[in-house]
Design a binder for this molecule. Structure first.
Ligand SMILES: [Zn+2]
Length: 95
């Protein structure tokens, strides 16, 4: 049994996780930048709940707290279900 994004239980789960992340001002896990928790949904810097193991590929993990991370809407969108890009601030050369 799996949930869809429109299910009440999933909407509540996202709201719960958002509230927890907002309380500690958790940054985006992909680029480390602050998230606009008060922003309108769908705005690039607004909060989006990202699934480490993809939403589509792992329906059994959609409500699993250990599988979700705070992210920007724009980062989540650009990642889709692929692997995250390496975080910023890592260079291959020493300066
Ligand atoms: Zn981000």
């Amino acid at each position: 049994m799996s949930v869809s994004r429109s299910d009440r239980i999933y909407i509540d789960f996202v709201a719960t996780m958002k509230a927890e992340y907002a309380a500690i001002d958790a940054p985006c896990w992909m680029d480390g930048q602050p998230i606009d928790y008060a922003g309108d949904p769908g705005q690039p810097n607004s909060f989006d709940l990202d699934h480490v193991k993809g939403f589509k590929a792992h329906p059994d993990l959609r409500l699993e707290r250990s599988n979700v991370r705070p992210s920007h809407a724009r980062c989540n969108r650009s990642r889709q279900d692929g692997d995250p890009r390496p975080p910023l601030g890592q260079t291959s050369e020493a300066w």
